[in-house]
Design a protein around this ligand. Structure first.
Ligand code: IVH
Length: 682
């Protein structure tokens, strides 16, 4: 057990050490000990403070987790008012600022030295240090009086609670900006979305909302950051003669200062700095809304003084705003290559992030619902850098009355705006889809490539470049048109010699004879892969039986659940697709009709296998082929209907699932034995 004096001494040493490592980690981004060691020091501190509660001090690092909530903020009068900066928006504004400075200093011909730094987009605070201890922190408020947010500010890890021994003046007021780093903001919003909490529009609002609320524990969890940009009053020490010198001094006192600050000469230096910082704006870890230029020499600053509420010696040169408010004039949809309908807000054109924006994607119905964007709403549009403009949120206060109805894609677009086919949204899916897969011009190229692919109709030589040409020249609209192509037409295409045109024609002709399974797969029905196509072929035995099957019948097929059944039915119910299917049959596409369930018997027929992990000798494709050749089927997921799971090295979650459902397991040898045995006995 320590004596009180020993405890006091140890606490002092611990606090200094923890504060130092805190500084290395949060201010310099350069920790010197592992996290675990830091945790150990913190544990020791907490244990000692628990044993000696009356030795706990407000500047102890233990207080960073947040004190008890307050009832209200006390008001703090600023000793020196916290003024604001005049803004410059154009190069001309900056040129005029520099001229006024030179006139004011009576040195019209000499280039002035400026300290240039980022304009942080957060909120201003003043921190008071008495003999090196943080005693008070306040918001700017109206510039003359702010709110006492000391308890909250103590939780901000980059704010020193104690200044390094021997360096601190008797009294010091440091001014700077509290902000939230972009990554912390994203994390906060992701968590809020997941838990249904408050989502903030931008890091500035998140920082303000986190600092100006009464529970310090909440502030602690929100991860705020601080950057110093100047000082208020000092007592007990002289100051360096320049702003840059003051900033260096603050850095030595362990305050975080922007790494992006520079000394520049004259107006050319200012404008060059503005452009360089602007180019890096989007890779900085925090948001900025401009650059701040300050006359570097403090005596010159004093001579220039203030007009009204802003200094003559400094100016804020703003970047184009990245957010603006505008009105949603309409919500329309784009149809993509896969048939997905993507809603797009048509906006009253607005200048934001340096360009005029008139569209913003709304992604899907869920996104529309989440943001509750309606036609006629005023919305906040954001365009940061080269990022695609997005709608951050609705300004509910400006929603027209009576309120416009909620926007429902299906209600506005019951049919595809491109091809007129029916539009559906399967339960549980985010996307709204056009069902005109084979017919819809928006999906044409994708549908053709899939139709011709090796595992579908296997038309060798019909690749992307050819499909592009065929579609772009209007030669092919649906897969059925492929069978009408002739040699002169094909030979007339780019990079098509007579010989390759002949080969392609032969490949197309050859594809006329296929299997029902391949044909079904080639149709590109959403959610119908090869295995399902094969099941459907085997189960129904003929195309007409499939075309006539209702959702219940479809669900009798192994592995076909309600979603897949619905998606097959939607596709087949679309008259445009039926026309294409008939046109394909008329073009001579045919197959040997499989004669119905269980009638292509193999030793493994009726058995469903799932493969997981790497087998010692067989590749996955080989194993699959052998199983299928013996009449079995291979499925991608384990269910109660699975008969065997074949397990190789490093199996995935399918193995766990198999154990869970108690499905018989086979290794490669077991599979081969099964294949051998069954084929022996037939
Ligand atoms: S200096 C006399 N430097 O901008 C004014 N301010 O309109 C001293 N700000 O409320 C302010 N970054 O919150 C200064 N590098 C910077 C700044 C900065 C952001 C904010 C500050 C102030 C506002 C001025």
């Amino acid at each position: 057990m320590l004596t009180r004096a020993q405890a006091e001494e140890r606490l002092k040493a611990l606090r200094a050490e923890i504060e130092y490592h805190n500084y290395r980690y949060y201010v310099l981004d350069d920790p010197v000990i592992p996290d675990a060691e830091f945790d150990r020091l913190m544990q020791e501190l907490l244990a000692l403070e628990a044993a000696w509660p009356d030795l706990v001090t407000p500047d102890s690092p233990s207080q960073r987790v947040g004190a008890a909530p307050a009832k209200e903020f006390r008001e703090v009068q600023h000793r020196l008012p916290m003024l604001s900066l005049n803004n410059a928006f154009t190069d001309e504004d900056v040129i005029a600022f520099d001229r006024r400075v030179r006139e004011g200093l009576g040195r019209l011909d000499a280039a002035v030295e400026y300290a240039a730094e980022p304009k942080f987009d957060g909120l201003a605070v003043a921190l008071h240090y008495e003999h090196g201890r943080l005693v008070q922190g306040a918001t700017r408020g109206d510039g003359y009086a702010g709110e006492d947010v000391t308890a909250n500010l103590r939780t901000v890890r980059s704010i020193p609670l104690r200044l390094p021994e021997g360096e601190a003046p008797a009294w010091l007021e440091v001014r700077g900006e509290v902000l939230m780093l972009k990554r912390d903001f994203q994390r906060l919003n992701e968590e809020a979305r997941a838990s249904g909490g408050k989502v903030f529009a931008n890091p500035r609002n998140a920082a303000a909302g986190s600092l100006r609320q009464l529970d310090p524990a909440i502030t602690a969890r929100r991860r705020l950051t601080f950057f110093a940009y100047g000082i208020g009053q000092v007592e007990g020490t002289g100051l360096p003669p320049t702003h840059a010198g003051v900033m260096d001094w603050l850095a030595r006192l362990h305050f975080p200062v922007a790494a992006e600050r520079r000394l520049v000469k004259g107006v050319d230096g200012l404008l060059a700095y503005y452009r360089e910082l602007g180019a890096r704006r989007h890779v900085l870890p925090y948001e900025i809304d401009g650059a701040v230029y300050k006359v570097n020499n403090l005596a010159d600053q004093e001579r220039l003084g203030f007009v009204a509420r802003a200094p003559r010696f400094a100016v804020a040169h703003k970047y184009p705003a990245e957010e603006a408010v505008t009105v949603v004039e309409a919500i329309e949809v784009n149809v993509g290559r896969t048939g997905a309908l993507t809603p797009v807000a048509r906006l009253k054109p607005v200048f934001v992030g340096g360009v005029t924006v008139s569209n913003a994607t709304l992604h899907n119905q869920d996104e529309i619902d989440r943001k509750d964007v309606r036609v006629g709403d005023s919305v906040i549009v954001r365009r940061a850098g080269d990022v695609i403009p997005e709608i951050v949120g609705v300004v509910l206060e400006r929603r027209p009355s009576p309120p416009p109805p909620r926007f429902d894609i299906l209600q506005h677009y019951p049919v595809c705006p491109v091809c007129g086919s029916r539009v559906v949204r399967e339960p549980g899916e985010a996307v709204t889809r056009c069902t005109g897969g084979l017919y819809c011009p928006a999906q044409r190229k994708q549908a053709l490539l899939h139709f011709a692919s090796r595992r579908a109709m296997d038309i060798e030589g019909l690749g992307e470049k050819l499909v592009d040409q065929l579609v772009d020249r209007g030669l092919v609209e649906t897969p059925a048109d492929l069978y009408r192509l002739d040699l002169p037409t094909l030979a007339g295409l780019e990079r098509m010699a007579e010989k390759s045109a002949g080969n392609l024609l032969a490949a197309i002709d050859k594809s006329r004879e296929t299997t029902l399974a391949r044909f079904i797969y080639a149709l590109g029905i959403p959610n119908v892969g090869e295995a399902t196509a094969r099941d459907l072929a085997q189960h129904f035995g003929s195309l007409d039986a499939l075309l006539g099957a209702d959702v219940e019948r479809l669900q009798q097929v192994p592995e076909v659940g309600p979603v897949v059944a619905r998606s097959i039915r939607d596709f087949l119910d679309e008259p445009h697709n039926r026309q294409v299917i008939e046109a394909l049959r008329a073009a001579g596409v045919h197959w040997r009709e499989a004669a119905g369930k269980g009638s292509t018997p193999g030793p493994l027929s009726g058995k469903t296998f799932v493969l997981t992990g790497t087998l010692p000798h067989l590749s996955r494709d080989q194993a699959k082929e052998m199983i299928e050749a013996a009449g079995g089927r291979v499925s991608g997921s384990v269910s109660k209907k699975t008969d065997y799971v074949v397990v190789g090295a490093e199996p995935g979650s399918k193995y766990d699932r198999a154990l869970e459902l108690k499905i018989p397991l086979l290794d490669e040898e077991g599979l081969l034995r099964l294949l051998g045995d069954e084929s022996d006995t037939g």
